[in-house]
Design a protein around this ligand. Structure first.
Ligand SMILES: [Zn+2]
Ligand SMILES: [Zn+2]
Length: 380
């Protein structure tokens, strides 16, 4: 059977028509993949906090109408004429980032921001056009993919093929690895390279923050302090290796940085990971680190465009670093993370708290508001 399929497919997808509008399930048209593209039949997708920000604020890509979703796992349905690295029927995870292995940034050890296949904000394929439409009207993609759809087209450089020769990880886990959890796990592992015996603080214990806790534990951090306003996150954090928990609502007279210093004999931590993207907490993260050598890593997305930080805290030898996808490289590092899941070194069951069918997508956003919600899985 041919791996090419030049037919336009009609299928269901979640379309967001404008800022602040609820996602609507529509019948959309998905064109055949061209050149280096593949068309995927999505099996599962999941909700990342970024999807919520894209919908409610339009940040950082105010392009509408758009098919939402950037986490998921699917099967290759057909391939473009230049594709050789995957074939029909392969199980793949779409990725936000790519790694060409040849550009200046890929050749440099310090970044995962590939220049040839960048994290793109155009909402279009690499050739500047879209493969999706609704009743003749062009739809934008979400980053390099649009996973809340029965079918989607992705450039093959933005997928990770899951090796079929060994037992697969559960499909929900594969979906969680495409953004949130991996971003968190990568931050202490690749971006910060946390040393054994370090002290770590994690602000915000969603899927990203829990990934940081797990990654820090794996790197041998001995003190892992989680900070969250939601008391139910204490138990979740402990399941991934958190050693201390701070609920700032119980200490409203003190700043988050002071609460972290109280737990570390006034010193602060070696590394503080900020997962909420809230400007005042990014500043607090920097202040919560050790004088002269502490590092604050900002990994949470919000619609913040400018930031005020304490210059004195920075001047006194601390570092503030931003990171996308936890510094993970999609071809070099992400397969290692998949292996860790396969070997049950990392258990992602704790993340999965809710599941909805694609048709109930708006319920997914409501579930995000619930205290017991960590990750919503979308069955496609
Ligand atoms: Zn590159
Ligand atoms: Zn995400």
């Amino acid at each position: 059977m041919s791996q090419k399929n030049s037919q336009v497919l009609t299928c269901k997808a979640v379309v967001c028509w404008g800022i602040g509008e609820a996602g609507k399930v529509e019948e959309i048209q998905v064109e055949a993949p061209k050149g280096s593209e593949v068309r995927l039949k999505m099996l599962y997708a999941s909700v990342c906090h970024t999807d919520h920000i894209l919908c409610t604020k339009g940040f950082p890509i105010p392009l509408f109408p758009r098919v939402l979703g950037h986490e998921g796992v699917g099967v290759v349905e057909s391939i473009g004429e230049d594709v050789t690295s995957v074939k029909q029927g392969d199980l793949v995870i779409p990725t936000l980032m790519s790694e060409c292995g040849e550009c200046e940034n890929c050749l440099c050890e310090r970044t995962n921001m590939c220049l040839k296949y960048p994290l793109h904000f155009s909402g279009l394929m690499l050739d500047g056009t879209s493969r999706i439409s609704v009743n003749g009207q062009m739809l934008y993609h979400a980053f390099s993919c649009s996973t809340w759809s029965e079918y989607t087209v992705v450039d093959v450089n933005y997928v990770l093929r899951l090796d079929p020769s060994t037992p697969q990880i559960p499909l929900p886990h594969a979906s969680f690895l495409s953004c949130g959890f991996s971003t968190g796990f990568g931050a202490p592992w690749k971006e910060a390279a946390v040393e054994k015996g370090s002290s770590v603080a994690v602000i915000g214990l969603g899927a990203v923050g829990l990934g940081v806790v797990e990654g820090s534990r794996m790197r041998g951090a001995t003190r892992i302090i989680g900070i969250d306003k939601n008391p139910r996150k204490e138990e979740k954090g402990q399941a991934f290796g958190m050693t201390d928990f701070i609920n700032p609502l119980l200490h409203s007279d003190k700043s988050v940085s002071d609460l972290i210093k109280d737990l570390t004999a006034g010193m602060g931590v070696d590394y503080c990971f900020e997962c909420t993207g809230l400007p005042h907490l990014i500043s607090e993260a920097l202040e919560a680190t050790k004088l002269g050598k502490g590092k604050a890593i900002a990994i949470g997305l919000s619609d913040v465009t400018n930031l005020q930080i304490s210059y004195l805290a920075l001047l006194c030898g601390r570092t503030l670093k931003g990171s996308i996808f936890g510094g993970l490289r999609t071809k070099t590092d992400l397969p290692l993370l998949v292996e860790k899941c396969k070997n049950k070194e990392i258990q992602l069951d704790e993340l999965l708290t809710h599941e909805v069918p694609l048709a109930d997508i708006n319920k997914a956003f409501q579930l995000l508001e619930q205290e017991d919600c960590v990750k919503v899985l979308i069955k496609i």
